[in-house]
Design a protein. Sequence first.
Length: 129
Amino acid sequence: MIDRALDLLVQHDMTGFTALFAEDAVLEFPFAAPGQRERVAGRAALAEYLRGYPDLLDVREVVAKTVHETADPEVSIVEFELAGIVVATQRPYRMRYLAVLTVRDGLIQHYRDYWSPLAAAEILGTTGV
């Protein structure tokens, strides 16, 4: 599931990526910056949330990936790093992520996405850094 999800991101296939999620799936961002979304509930809301993602970041490569199995066979933890281009500036970017996924009946039920909003803001040029 994790490999397929990352492949779809590199392919810019947000429809395929969204299809990996259950209808009632929840995506959470525990480290969301103030004023940013902390939660997206439902596949339709996720599809809307991700609709413009390829216009923001042109993901070109999964630079690194480590999958950690847990005591719960439905839960996996993945550390990964993506590289690509910021579409607006054409500048390269690399960013590390950690995600906790619960997969049941072949679909992602819950996805906790841990990433640095500070790093994202710097990459996107939305800070004074």
